[in-house]
Design a protein around this ligand. Structure first.
Ligand SMILES: Cc1cc2nc3c(=O)[nH]c(=O)nc-3n(C[C@H](O)[C@H](O)[C@H](O)COP(=O)(O)O)c2cc1C
Length: 458
């Protein structure tokens, strides 16, 4: 807090600017270090409104947590850690006759010396301070009426249950949802998700958790790096170098040797729409469509397609969304590639979101500017999990790998440049497209453009 009223937070060496406050609001805000009651944010006074704006800004950066404790009690019942910028504690109203049950995506685990309650569906994580809460949660593996829970539970706290319901750790059952098991959990798009797959999807991407992502070298000071090349096994060695290599090397081998990642693009000579069309035709266009007979009794006929890259079970669940920043003949914007019709279809999105998507890719590549075209590879999850249990998400990532290599080789062949990107924000994509994160979402990214000519050695 500075004398001129400006406030900034310092987090792991980064500065987050939090705006300005009047002297009176600054005074009130000082109490945030020890805690302010949530009710104090709801006030209509100018000070309350200023501090409310500040708290929302802090929440946006994951810099506030919310304590639930008994009045005058030192210990915390629960501390809520927001996992996304939009989280704000809300209670979803529960009455005595309502019936609740745990979501099958809720899990309790040890983190350091704490017990944390998490769910890939929740916008926040709950640190559990009282073991009796864990016992109540265990009881909620079966549906319970609030009135019965009030009577029987080891620790009954309606506020907590309402907070848990709001964050989807719990489900409220209605007459149709029966016992709240998989097919009647309240969201038909979750039926096909296995627990571990939804956790993996949300934890290995950005947007739905607050942990650091990417090359953080988290344990570099504890464990030394494994070698680049595995030391050979001690067994009998057959030296392949003595065998004749093809001479001259084949065009395909040459292409493989020439492939490399290109992160900086020539914005004076951007990729053209004609080149983009050829790139998509070569790599991702639907070549034919076919149907198979019902594979088991009662199943419907299944439709399939053939495309230039391999895909587990011929599922072809991957879709391409192109964030265009600089392409000759094509306006800036977000486009979906209709692989069946070989066409680009524009999706209207706010310029700010488009810029955020490209800027994140630029940051991930440590590049000098945004990629001319950023391809976000999304998955229609249900298309593959309809058939495969347990391995659905891993198959998706393997399919992404084969598509990315296809992109690299086609770009090299066309004299273009590209680079795979390992991070992606599933929440930003959901906001841009209006698609829920568990229906269709990003599983890979590839930057494409005309590479800058390498600088002459100085
Ligand atoms: C799955 C995957 C993710 C990658 N993620 C990034 C990334 O986020 N940022 C980046 O600059 N390069 C990324 N790369 C590119 C690698 O750094 C690059 O392939 C590697 O250094 C080998 O260099 P080369 O591609 O030029 O042969 C990624 C590559 C793959 C295959």
């Amino acid at each position: 807090m500075q004398a001129d009223g400006s406030i900034a937070a310092s987090v792991d060496g980064y500065f987050v600017n939090l705006g300005h406050l009047s002297p009176a609001a600054m005074d009130r805000a000082r109490s945030l270090t020890d805690g302010l009651p949530l009710a104090s944010f709801a006030g209509k006074s100018a000070i309350a409104r200023e501090v409310d704006v500040l708290a929302h800004r802090l929440a946006r950066h994951g810099l506030v947590e919310y304590r639930l404790s008994f009045p005058r009690d030192e210990g915390d019942l629960v501390v809520i850690e927001p996992q996304g910028p939009e989280y704000w504690p809300q209670r979803a109203k529960l009455g005595e006759s309502d019936t609740i049950v745990l979501s099958r995506f809720t899990y309790l685990r040890r983190r350091g010396n704490e017990m944390v309650l998490e769910s890939p569906r929740a916008g926040a994580l709950f640190r559990i301070g009282d073991p009796a809460i864990a016992a109540t949660l265990a009881a909620l593996s079966r549906p319970h009426k609030i009135s019965r829970l009030r009577r029987d539970a080891a620790a009954f706290n309606l506020d907590l249950l309402e907070l848990l319901l709001d964050s989807r750790f719990l489900l409220k059952l209605n007459a149709k949802s029966g016992d709240g098991l998989r097919v009647n959990e309240g969201d038909g798009n979750l039926v096909l998700w296995d627990f571990h797959d939804l956790v993996f999807h949300t934890r290995s991407t950005e947007g739905r958790h607050a942990d650091p992502v990417g090359s953080t070298f988290a344990y570099a000071s504890v464990v030394s790096p494994p070698p680049a090349v595995r030391p050979p096994w001690p067994g009998k060695k057959i030296d392949l170098r003595k065998l004749p290599a093809s001479d001259p090397i084949s065009p395909f081998t040459k292409l493989l040797r020439e492939r490399h990642s290109v992160r900086d693009f020539d914005d004076e000579n951007p990729v053209t729409l004609a080149e983009l069309a050829r790139f998509l035709d070569t790599t991702a266009r639907v070549l034919s469509e076919w149907k198979s007979d019902a594979s088991f009794e009662g199943s419907a006929e299944i439709t399939y397609s053939t495309r230039p890259y391999p895909s587990a079970g011929s599922a072809y669940e991957l879709e391409l969304y192109l964030a265009v920043s600089n392409c000759e003949g094509l306006a800036r914007g977000l486009y979906h590639y209709d692989a069946g019709g070989h066409a680009l279809v524009e999706i209207e999105v706010p310029a700010q979101q488009l810029q955020a998507l490209s800027a994140a890719a630029e940051f991930a590549m440590d590049a000098s500017g945004p990629p001319q075209i950023l391809i976000t590879i999304s998955a229609r999850f249900g298309r593959i999990s309809w058939k495969y249990s347990s391995i659905a998400y891993s198959l998706i990532l393997k399919n992404v790998g084969s598509l990315i290599q296809t992109f690299y080789l086609a770009a090299t062949d066309m004299g273009l440049g590209g680079c795979a990107i390992g991070t992606g924000n599933i929440d930003l994509f959901a906001r841009m497209t209006g698609l829920e994160f568990h229906v269709e979402g990003p599983v890979g990214q590839f930057a494409l453009g005309r590479g800058k000519k390498p600088e002459a050695p100085r």
